[in-house]
Design a binder for this molecule. Structure first.
Ligand code: HEC
Length: 253
């Protein structure tokens, strides 16, 4: 009888802990995420840089102003080109702690990837080329443009494919005439904007506490699973003990 009561007690304890901490994870949680509009103002230096280097094209495609609205449009288009051209097949956007030997910048933080441009997630899982997360300021536009038109001009022997269709046909690397199309310009703004976004303190705190509670729930789930497995083993060994006692008593008769 005592045994049954203790089993019921453990079961109730487990179920209540499960319901309290783990069950909310299965609800449709709306994670904290920044809109493109929110990150647009941090990326204005990338726009200014592109406007200075390609003033005519910038004016034709985005107008005379450098503002958050243009940044939003350019970043969204640039991200779409990045996805459509399959850049994510060879590049990651997440600097790990142990990547420091590569000079790819300081390690990425969770709040830096919680924004709409990371939908779909572009963290990536294959590194044929370098990580691009903190690309901003690592390369100039006069490096990016020829590299995209013909990668071997800046990086002899590279396996990166060429993307000449992002530039007008009249572009020529011999005469240093480079005329980006709207998609090419937007891609360069996107690339130069990477790593520039600084999430607000409020958002950072929210995201971190969300992540912490997820990690806690996971730990508790593991903890419950271990208790459950231990209980099951105990139960089976008691059963086996009963059976062998029955057998041995049969023998003595
Ligand atoms: C087949 C794999 C592959 C694909 C696809 C690819 N790249 Fe690369 N990329 C590389 C490799 C390898 C390098 C390093 C050598 C070099 O500079 O070309 C590189 C280098 C780069 C660099 C320089 C990074 C640095 O730290 O100096 C940038 C920027 C870049 N790629 C952007 C892109 C973009 C944008 C696309 C899509 C339009 C793209 N790559 C598609 C393989 C790839």
């Amino acid at each position: 009888m005592l045994k049954v009561i203790s089993y019921i007690g453990i079961a109730v304890l487990c179920v209540s802990m499960l319901a309290w901490r783990v069950a909310p994870q299965f609800k449709a949680i709306q994670p904290e995420i920044a809109s493109v509009q929110e990150l647009a103002s941090s990326v204005l230096p990338a726009l200014t840089k592109v406007q200075k280097r390609f003033p005519n094209e910038y004016k034709n495609y985005f107008g005379a102003e450098v503002n958050a609205e243009v940044a939003e449009e350019a970043l969204t288009l640039g991200r779409d080109v990045y996805v459509a051209e399959g850049c994510w097949n060879c590049h990651t956007q997440w600097v790990r702690e142990n990547d420091q030997n590569f000079n790819w910048g300081k390690p990425s933080e969770i709040q830096e990837v919680r924004h709409e441009l990371m939908l779909p997630s572009l963290i990536g899982n294959r590194r044929v080329g370098p990580d691009l997360f903190r690309l901003a300021d690592r390369q100039s536009l006069d490096w990016h443009a020829p590299h995209l038109i013909k990668p071997s001009t800046t990086s002899p022997g590279t396996v990166m494919p060429a993307y000449p269709w992002l530039f007008e046909k009249e572009s020529s690397l011999d005469t240093w005439t480079i005329i980006p199309k709207k998609k090419g310009l937007a891609l360069m703004i996107y690339l130069d904007g990477l790593g520039r976004w600084e999430p607000s303190e409020e958002l950072t705190t929210k995201i971190k506490s969300e992540e912490r509670s997820k990690a806690e729930s996971f730990t508790i789930a593991i903890y419950l699973a271990v208790i459950g497995a231990y209980g099951l083993l105990m139960f089976l060994s008691i059963k086996r003990g009963d059976a062998s006692r029955r057998n041995s008593s049969r023998l003595t008769l």
